[in-house]
Ligand binder design. Structure first.
Ligand code: ZN
Length: 281
Protein backbone atom coordinates (compact mmCIF):
# COMPACT_ATOMS: atom_id res chain seq x y z
CA UNK A 1 0.00 0.00 0.00
CA UNK A 2 0.97 3.56 -0.65
CA UNK A 3 -0.55 6.31 1.53
CA UNK A 4 -0.46 10.02 0.71
CA UNK A 5 -1.47 13.16 2.60
CA UNK A 6 -3.60 15.49 0.49
CA UNK A 7 -5.00 18.57 2.25
CA UNK A 8 -4.40 16.93 5.64
CA UNK A 9 -6.46 13.84 4.74
CA UNK A 10 -5.14 10.31 4.24
CA UNK A 11 -5.42 9.00 0.70
CA UNK A 12 -4.72 5.52 -0.65
CA UNK A 13 -2.89 5.44 -3.98
CA UNK A 14 -4.78 3.20 -6.43
CA UNK A 15 -3.60 2.99 -10.04
CA UNK A 16 -1.99 6.43 -9.84
CA UNK A 17 -5.02 8.09 -8.29
CA UNK A 18 -5.71 9.35 -4.77
CA UNK A 19 -8.64 7.80 -2.91
CA UNK A 20 -9.84 9.63 0.21
CA UNK A 21 -9.71 6.86 2.81
CA UNK A 22 -12.39 8.16 5.17
CA UNK A 23 -14.91 8.96 2.44
CA UNK A 24 -14.30 5.80 0.40
CA UNK A 25 -14.70 3.64 3.52
CA UNK A 26 -17.95 5.34 4.50
CA UNK A 27 -16.38 6.61 7.72
CA UNK A 28 -15.00 3.22 8.79
CA UNK A 29 -11.43 4.55 8.54
CA UNK A 30 -10.06 7.86 9.90
CA UNK A 31 -9.27 10.85 7.71
CA UNK A 32 -6.29 11.92 9.84
CA UNK A 33 -3.06 10.43 8.41
CA UNK A 34 -1.72 10.01 11.97
CA UNK A 35 -4.78 8.05 13.11
CA UNK A 36 -4.60 5.82 10.04
CA UNK A 37 -0.98 4.69 10.63
CA UNK A 38 -1.80 2.04 13.31
CA UNK A 39 -4.84 0.93 11.26
CA UNK A 40 -3.16 0.33 7.87
CA UNK A 41 -3.95 -3.40 8.00
CA UNK A 42 -7.68 -2.58 8.16
CA UNK A 43 -7.83 -0.60 4.91
CA UNK A 44 -8.52 -3.44 2.48
CA UNK A 45 -9.97 -2.61 -0.94
CA UNK A 46 -11.58 0.76 -1.44
CA UNK A 47 -13.73 1.90 -4.37
CA UNK A 48 -12.15 4.55 -6.61
CA UNK A 49 -14.55 7.46 -7.07
CA UNK A 50 -14.81 9.02 -10.54
CA UNK A 51 -13.45 12.32 -9.26
CA UNK A 52 -10.38 10.83 -7.48
CA UNK A 53 -7.45 13.18 -8.26
CA UNK A 54 -4.26 11.99 -9.94
CA UNK A 55 -1.19 11.38 -7.77
CA UNK A 56 1.01 13.03 -10.40
CA UNK A 57 1.16 16.74 -9.75
CA UNK A 58 -0.85 16.62 -6.51
CA UNK A 59 0.32 19.08 -3.82
CA UNK A 60 1.05 16.47 -1.16
CA UNK A 61 1.76 17.22 2.47
CA UNK A 62 4.18 15.12 4.52
CA UNK A 63 2.70 11.59 4.70
CA UNK A 64 3.31 11.69 8.47
CA UNK A 65 2.46 15.27 9.45
CA UNK A 66 2.60 15.20 13.28
CA UNK A 67 4.94 12.53 14.69
CA UNK A 68 5.47 12.62 18.46
CA UNK A 69 9.18 12.57 17.72
CA UNK A 70 11.73 12.36 14.92
CA UNK A 71 14.93 10.48 15.69
CA UNK A 72 17.80 10.85 13.24
CA UNK A 73 21.01 8.89 12.88
CA UNK A 74 24.40 10.43 12.19
CA UNK A 75 27.33 8.76 10.44
CA UNK A 76 25.42 5.63 9.44
CA UNK A 77 27.23 5.09 6.12
CA UNK A 78 30.93 4.27 6.13
CA UNK A 79 31.89 6.65 3.30
CA UNK A 80 29.93 9.51 4.91
CA UNK A 81 31.71 9.00 8.25
CA UNK A 82 35.02 9.11 6.35
CA UNK A 83 34.16 12.30 4.42
CA UNK A 84 33.17 13.88 7.75
CA UNK A 85 36.65 13.09 9.09
CA UNK A 86 35.16 11.14 12.00
CA UNK A 87 35.70 7.66 13.42
CA UNK A 88 33.28 4.93 12.43
CA UNK A 89 30.68 4.73 15.21
CA UNK A 90 30.54 1.57 17.33
CA UNK A 91 26.91 2.28 18.24
CA UNK A 92 24.27 4.52 16.63
CA UNK A 93 24.77 8.29 16.90
CA UNK A 94 21.28 9.69 17.53
CA UNK A 95 19.87 13.21 17.53
CA UNK A 96 16.42 14.67 16.91
CA UNK A 97 14.73 16.88 14.37
CA UNK A 98 11.72 18.86 15.52
CA UNK A 99 8.41 17.81 13.93
CA UNK A 100 7.70 21.49 13.16
CA UNK A 101 10.38 21.28 10.44
CA UNK A 102 8.31 18.84 8.33
CA UNK A 103 7.06 19.88 4.88
CA UNK A 104 5.82 17.98 1.83
CA UNK A 105 7.70 16.56 -1.13
CA UNK A 106 7.20 19.63 -3.34
CA UNK A 107 7.39 22.40 -0.75
CA UNK A 108 10.12 25.05 -0.57
CA UNK A 109 13.16 24.76 1.68
CA UNK A 110 13.22 28.28 3.13
CA UNK A 111 16.78 29.43 3.87
CA UNK A 112 16.96 32.45 6.20
CA UNK A 113 18.97 35.38 4.85
CA UNK A 114 22.65 35.27 5.72
CA UNK A 115 22.87 31.49 6.12
CA UNK A 116 25.64 30.25 3.83
CA UNK A 117 26.29 26.62 4.91
CA UNK A 118 22.97 24.88 4.32
CA UNK A 119 23.51 21.29 3.19
CA UNK A 120 21.54 18.40 1.70
CA UNK A 121 21.18 14.86 3.16
CA UNK A 122 18.92 12.38 1.39
CA UNK A 123 17.70 9.64 3.75
CA UNK A 124 15.43 6.65 3.97
CA UNK A 125 12.87 7.35 6.71
CA UNK A 126 11.22 4.63 8.81
CA UNK A 127 7.63 5.16 10.03
CA UNK A 128 6.77 3.32 13.25
CA UNK A 129 3.43 1.45 13.13
CA UNK A 130 2.85 0.34 16.71
CA UNK A 131 4.04 1.21 20.19
CA UNK A 132 7.24 -0.52 21.23
CA UNK A 133 9.82 -0.51 24.00
CA UNK A 134 12.90 -2.78 24.22
CA UNK A 135 12.15 -4.11 20.73
CA UNK A 136 14.16 -7.19 19.75
CA UNK A 137 16.00 -6.92 16.43
CA UNK A 138 14.32 -10.11 15.23
CA UNK A 139 10.85 -8.52 15.74
CA UNK A 140 11.77 -5.01 14.64
CA UNK A 141 10.18 -4.97 11.18
CA UNK A 142 6.81 -5.89 12.73
CA UNK A 143 6.89 -2.45 14.39
CA UNK A 144 7.38 -0.66 11.05
CA UNK A 145 4.30 0.77 9.31
CA UNK A 146 6.26 1.75 6.24
CA UNK A 147 9.07 3.66 4.65
CA UNK A 148 9.27 7.07 3.07
CA UNK A 149 11.92 9.50 1.87
CA UNK A 150 13.34 12.53 3.58
CA UNK A 151 15.85 15.33 3.42
CA UNK A 152 17.73 16.04 6.64
CA UNK A 153 18.53 19.61 5.62
CA UNK A 154 21.35 20.83 7.85
CA UNK A 155 22.83 24.25 8.60
CA UNK A 156 26.50 23.26 9.09
CA UNK A 157 27.53 26.60 10.58
CA UNK A 158 24.93 26.15 13.31
CA UNK A 159 25.66 22.43 13.68
CA UNK A 160 29.39 22.73 14.30
CA UNK A 161 29.71 25.98 16.21
CA UNK A 162 30.94 25.93 19.78
CA UNK A 163 29.41 23.08 21.83
CA UNK A 164 27.49 21.98 18.71
CA UNK A 165 23.80 22.34 17.98
CA UNK A 166 22.67 19.32 15.98
CA UNK A 167 18.98 19.56 16.89
CA UNK A 168 18.51 23.24 16.08
CA UNK A 169 20.82 23.12 13.03
CA UNK A 170 18.51 20.49 11.53
CA UNK A 171 15.20 21.90 12.75
CA UNK A 172 14.77 25.22 10.97
CA UNK A 173 11.19 25.36 9.65
CA UNK A 174 11.00 23.47 6.30
CA UNK A 175 14.30 21.58 6.92
CA UNK A 176 12.56 18.18 6.95
CA UNK A 177 10.92 17.54 3.57
CA UNK A 178 9.15 14.15 3.75
CA UNK A 179 7.47 11.95 1.17
CA UNK A 180 6.16 11.68 -1.37
CA UNK A 181 4.14 8.81 0.18
CA UNK A 182 4.33 6.20 2.94
CA UNK A 183 4.99 2.77 1.40
CA UNK A 184 4.39 -0.46 3.31
CA UNK A 185 7.46 -2.73 3.44
CA UNK A 186 5.74 -5.52 1.45
CA UNK A 187 5.81 -3.23 -1.62
CA UNK A 188 9.62 -3.31 -1.71
CA UNK A 189 11.72 -6.15 -3.11
CA UNK A 190 14.06 -5.91 -0.10
CA UNK A 191 13.26 -3.20 2.47
CA UNK A 192 16.79 -3.58 3.85
CA UNK A 193 18.41 -2.66 0.53
CA UNK A 194 16.77 0.41 -0.97
CA UNK A 195 18.52 2.71 -3.45
CA UNK A 196 18.56 6.42 -2.67
CA UNK A 197 20.02 9.43 -4.45
CA UNK A 198 20.07 13.21 -4.36
CA UNK A 199 20.47 15.70 -7.20
CA UNK A 200 21.16 19.40 -6.85
CA UNK A 201 20.24 21.41 -9.95
CA UNK A 202 20.21 18.14 -11.89
CA UNK A 203 23.68 16.96 -10.84
CA UNK A 204 23.84 13.69 -8.90
CA UNK A 205 25.56 14.46 -5.58
CA UNK A 206 24.60 11.37 -3.55
CA UNK A 207 23.85 7.80 -4.64
CA UNK A 208 23.89 4.73 -2.42
CA UNK A 209 21.82 1.87 -1.02
CA UNK A 210 20.54 1.24 2.50
CA UNK A 211 22.23 -2.17 2.29
CA UNK A 212 25.35 -0.13 3.12
CA UNK A 213 23.95 1.15 6.45
CA UNK A 214 26.33 0.49 9.35
CA UNK A 215 23.30 0.04 11.63
CA UNK A 216 20.32 -1.26 9.60
CA UNK A 217 16.69 -0.52 10.36
CA UNK A 218 16.17 -3.41 12.83
CA UNK A 219 19.27 -2.43 14.81
CA UNK A 220 18.08 1.20 15.00
CA UNK A 221 14.68 0.22 16.41
CA UNK A 222 16.29 -2.08 18.96
CA UNK A 223 18.90 0.46 20.03
CA UNK A 224 16.62 3.51 20.31
CA UNK A 225 13.75 1.62 21.99
CA UNK A 226 16.07 0.61 24.84
CA UNK A 227 15.75 4.23 25.91
CA UNK A 228 12.43 5.59 24.68
CA UNK A 229 9.04 4.19 23.73
CA UNK A 230 8.48 4.34 19.99
CA UNK A 231 4.95 5.47 19.15
CA UNK A 232 2.86 4.96 15.99
CA UNK A 233 3.89 7.65 13.51
CA UNK A 234 7.30 8.29 15.02
CA UNK A 235 9.99 8.75 12.37
CA UNK A 236 13.56 7.55 12.18
CA UNK A 237 15.76 9.30 9.62
CA UNK A 238 18.26 6.48 9.04
CA UNK A 239 21.29 8.55 8.05
CA UNK A 240 22.74 9.96 4.85
CA UNK A 241 25.31 8.48 2.45
CA UNK A 242 28.45 10.26 1.27
CA UNK A 243 28.33 13.24 -1.07
CA UNK A 244 27.07 16.01 1.21
CA UNK A 245 28.27 19.55 0.45
CA UNK A 246 30.23 19.81 3.68
CA UNK A 247 32.41 16.84 2.71
CA UNK A 248 33.35 18.19 -0.73
CA UNK A 249 36.51 19.97 -1.81
CA UNK A 250 35.71 22.75 -2.34
CA UNK A 251 32.67 22.75 -0.07
CA UNK A 252 29.35 23.42 -1.70
CA UNK A 253 26.12 24.58 -0.10
CA UNK A 254 22.51 25.38 -0.97
CA UNK A 255 21.29 28.84 -1.87
CA UNK A 256 17.91 30.27 -2.90
CA UNK A 257 17.06 29.05 -6.39
CA UNK A 258 18.75 25.65 -6.06
CA UNK A 259 16.54 22.62 -6.73
CA UNK A 260 17.02 19.56 -4.49
CA UNK A 261 15.66 16.31 -5.89
CA UNK A 262 15.68 13.24 -3.64
CA UNK A 263 14.79 9.80 -4.94
CA UNK A 264 14.05 6.69 -2.90
CA UNK A 265 13.77 3.46 -4.89
CA UNK A 266 10.26 2.04 -4.71
CA UNK A 267 8.99 5.06 -2.75
CA UNK A 268 9.25 8.01 -5.15
CA UNK A 269 10.82 11.42 -5.46
CA UNK A 270 10.83 14.73 -3.65
CA UNK A 271 11.56 17.99 -5.47
CA UNK A 272 12.17 20.93 -3.16
CA UNK A 273 13.17 24.38 -4.34
CA UNK A 274 15.34 26.54 -2.06
CA UNK A 275 13.69 29.87 -1.32
CA UNK A 276 14.94 32.98 0.50
CA UNK A 277 13.54 33.69 3.95
CA UNK A 278 14.05 36.63 6.31
CA UNK A 279 17.38 36.87 8.13
CA UNK A 280 17.66 36.38 11.85
CA UNK A 281 20.09 37.99 14.22
ZN1 ZN B 1 21.10 13.13 8.48
Amino acid sequence: MRIANLSGRAHLVVDGRLVDVERASGGRLPADPMALIPALAEIGELPVPDDAPALAGAALGPPVPRPSKILAIGLNYRAHAEESGLELPTEPVVFTKLPSALVGCADDIVIPGGRTQVDWEVELVVVIGRRGRRIAEADAWSYVAGLTGGQDVSDREEQFRALRQFTMAKSFDTYAPLGPVLVTPDELANPDDVGLSCRVDGEVVQSSRTGDLIFPVAALLAWTSRICTLEPGDLIFTGTPSGVGFGRDPRRFLAPGNVVESEIEGVGSLRNVCAAGPAYA
